[in-house]
Design a binder for this molecule. Structure first.
Ligand code: BES
Ligand code: MN
Ligand code: ZN
Length: 487
């Protein structure tokens, strides 16, 4: 996909379709008139029949019948919204509607702005949202349609530089979505580790992989326990991007990658259990972030850590009642084998702190309770450090990947205490997202700034939406890459 800018007249450019993004729809308003007279004439004629308002998330697709060169026109309203997530959704929805309206498909697309142009990141991401399809295992349903390959922005901004940066991040997002959408029979912890190896080679990252033997030797008891019920053994992966000066404390990103979560002996109901292939999305986001960070050549040291296992019931599976020795030396009392993510992350967090990190951020599809709390609109953010929280919230505002804070008060911390071990792996249903984070917090030394993102409600979508296909979203890749780029 090539996105370029052009000073030409959009209504006289040969394109399969033209999109005009507008805040309010007023034919007589100056930015609109200035944009183009043939365009505004066209809209003037069409509008009495369609009543396009220009308000947030409104889209109108029109055949242009020779009035302007592009045969299809879409008006996209963004209203008064300053939320990039809303801009992206509206633009993506318009692109999808255009594709449905065109028999041959849209290969070349122009985008003009009757007002302030959208950011490079918003445009690149909207185009991806609209066009992404996971197609590794099924033939394209509409193969006759040729894919969107050329986009021309009729505006001075964004700059070439910011478009290039946005396209690196967009590619990393597509990469993460492709991996996260892989089925669990093909994508095991070993396959994930091999993928990390491929990425490391391509992007010149340092790589270390812990297989089962090495996990045993080094004492990763949490990851081993969760993985022991599966025929597909667990892995721990470390990737290093050395963009900063040698010795500079690294920023560490950590991900939960359960390639399939049956719940183990505390088995889940079978309804929609297939979606638990997405329980690897935190770890996959780490791969996407490392890809983006390396492609952007960020001048910092970044370490990515992925704790990967398959959570299966079986003759060797771990059980409720087990006491698990973790990498920290502390024991975990297992009360529910379905609360496995926090156990593998405990080992990863312990390892991370040996690197004396400047900050560490973990991402995990950790609790169903997070969906009860926030639905599918934001991730939960829990942190032991206010300035880290602020940094992530700022990145969230810029990218539109929404996060919202929850507390880690001692009242909650008390609830994960165990009578027989250091902590227990569940404190029941109430406040489940917070107590899960408190479990993690028990393994974190307060001198290291740490944030936990529970992405359970954001990592994938179960239903087709107007602006995107169902499946993995790669939530967190843009957010955390943006945060890293601002360190
Ligand atoms: N991976 C799940 C959380 C999850 C469930 C994410 C549904 C997205 C959708 C996690 O491993 C889990 O099973 N958590 C349990 C914890 C409970 C046993 C304390 C949960 O949320 O039910
Ligand atoms: Mn689980
Ligand atoms: Zn899980």
């Amino acid at each position: 996909m090539i996105i370029s800018t052009s000073p030409a007249n959009p209504s006289k450019t040969k394109l399969d379709a033209l999109i005009v993004v507008t805040t309010v729809f007023e034919l007589k308003s100056s930015p609109w008139r200035k944009l183009n007279s043939s365009l505004s004439q066209l809209c003037e004629k069409a509008n009495p029949f369609h009543d396009f308002s220009g308000k947030e998330n409104s889209v109108l697709v029109l055949p242009t019948l020779g009035q302007i060169t592009p045969p299809l026109l879409a008006l996209v309203g963004i209203g008064k919204s300053s939320d990039p997530a809303s801009h992206q959704r509206s633009l993506a929805k318009a692109i999808r509607q255009l594709q449905k309206s065109s028999r041959r498909g849209i290969q070349s697309l122009g985008i003009a702005f009757a007002g302030k142009p959208l950011s490079a990141d918003a445009i690149a991401h909207a185009v991806d949202e609209a066009t992404y399809q996971f197609r590794k295992f099924s033939p394209a349903s509409d193969e006759v349609r040729r894919p969107l390959s050329k986009i021309i922005l009729f505006s001075q901004t964004p700059s070439r530089d910011s478009l290039a940066r946005a396209s690196h991040v967009a590619r990393a997002v597509r990469y993460a979505r492709d991996l996260a959408n892989q089925p669990p029979n093909y994508f095991t912890p070993a396959v994930l580790a091999r993928e990390a190896q491929r990425l490391a080679k391509q992007r010149r990252l340092q790589l270390q992989v812990w297989d089962e033997r090495r996990l045993k030797r080094d004492g990763f008891g949490g990851i081993l326990a969760v993985g022991q019920g599966s025929a597909n053994p667990p892995r721990f992966v470390r990737l290093d991007h050395r963009g900063g000066r040698p010795g500079q404390a690294p920023l560490v990103v950590i991900g939960k990658a359960i390639t399939f979560d049956t719940g183990g002996i505390s088995i889940k109901p079978s309804d929609r259990m297939d979606e638990m292939k997405f329980d690897k999305c935190g770890g996959i986001a780490v791969l996407g972030i490392m890809d983006a960070v390396a492609a952007l050549r960020l001048p910092i040291n970044v370490t990515g850590l992925i704790a990967s296992a398959e959570n299966m019931p079986g003759g060797r599976a771990y059980r409720p009642g087990d006491l698990i020795p973790t990498l920290s030396g502390k024991f975990v009392e297992v009360l529910n084998t379905d609360a496995e993510g926090r156990i593998v992350l405990a080992d990863a967090l312990t390892y991370a702190q040996r690197l004396k990190p400047r900050a560490m951020v973990d991402m995990a599809t950790l609790t169903g309770a997070c969906i009860v709390c926030f639905g599918h609109e934001c991730a939960a953010l829990l942190s032991n450090n206010d300035s880290l929280t602020e940094g992530l919230r700022a990145a969230s505002t810029r990218t539109g990947e929404k996060v919202w804070p929850l507390p880690l008060w001692t009242e909650y911390q008390e609830k994960v205490k165990s009578d027989v071990a250091f902590v227990k792996n569940t404190a029941g249903r109430e406040g489940g997202t917070i107590t899960a984070a408190c479990f993690l917090n028990a393994f974190v030394d307060a001198k290291f700034p740490w944030a936990h993102l529970d992405i359970a409600g954001m990592a994938w979508t179960s239903k087709e939406e107007p602006h995107r296909a169902k499946g993995a979203t790669a939530f967190g890749v843009r957010l955390v890459t943006d945060w890293l780029a601002n360190q």
